[in-house]
Design a protein around this ligand. Structure first.
Ligand code: TMP
Length: 225
């Protein structure tokens, strides 16, 4: 079922480990929505603004190995504050679909469970940085940790760029995955967990059908008063 025009825009976030296909799915969804005549903005974290891209360079630079977890959390949050204020809120106000490759859940997973920072503090920081902007849907592309590392290595072997966050232990990535799965359980109405080892097209179809059901439910609610 296509996503009907006039059914209201959504804010959709893709989360998951490196190699799970977030970027591919972000682009496929953007293209499908545009083809159906919707106005769409696709963005990514950290980045998506000039200031955010500068922060990305600092936070990911391999030579910044001495960066403290707290600094890391603040930098990701600063980039997010800029992205939300400069790009995401204005786009939503114009009625555009917004798709983001990562959002605040990455901070809870990587800096919280991964780095061991206090989850409650990070939630407060995140709410402040986003001014309480929560997406309509979080698509979590779930991938076995070893498979994620294998895909990452393959990307590096093919000339992909290494960043500071790629240099963590297997336990770190296990904690990150557990944190994502916990968030998905705690907020099950918002999260869609999809097995990332499926073919790209199957994942894309699952996401589209989920969004189209959501839009249809919304439309019925609005019509029903
Ligand atoms: P990517 O854009 O290539 O996926 O790289 C982003 C990296 O940054 C990835 O390792 C996850 C990490 N990250 C955090 O640790 N916290 C965050 O809040 C965000 C947005 C990303």
């Amino acid at each position: 079922m296509p996503i009907a025009k006039g059914s209201g825009a959504l804010f959709v976030v893709f989360e998951g480990p490196d190699g799970s296909g977030k970027t591919t799915q972000t682009m496929l969804l953007r293209d499908a929505l545009q083809k159906a005549g919707h106005a769409v903005l696709a963005t990514r974290e950290p980045g998506g603004t000039s200031i955010g891209e500068q922060i990305r360079t600092v936070v990911h630079a391999v030579e910044n190995g001495s960066m403290l977890p707290l600094t890391e959390a603040l930098l990701y949050s600063a980039a997010r504050a800029q992205l939300v204020g400069e790009v995401i809120r204005p786009a939503l106000a114009e009625g555009r679909f917004v798709i983001s490759d990562r959002y605040a859940y990455s901070t809870i997973a990587y800096q919280g469970e991964g780095r061991g920072l206090d989850r409650h503090m990070l939630q407060q920081l995140t709410r402040w940085a986003t001014q309480d902007l929560v997406p309509d849907v979080v698509v979590y592309l779930d991938l076995d940790v070893q498979e994620g590392l294998r895909r990452k290595q393959q990307a590096l072997d093919q000339g992909g760029e290494i960043n500071r966050m790629d240099q963590q232990t297997v336990d770190f990535y296990r904690s990150v995955r557990n944190s994502y799965l916990q968030m998905a359980r705690e907020d099950a109405d918002r999260w869609l967990v999809v097995e990332a080892c499926q073919p790209v097209e199957a994942i894309h179809a699952r996401v589209l059908s989920h969004l189209s059901e959501l839009c249809e439910r919304r439309r019925r609610r609005v019509q029903g008063g």
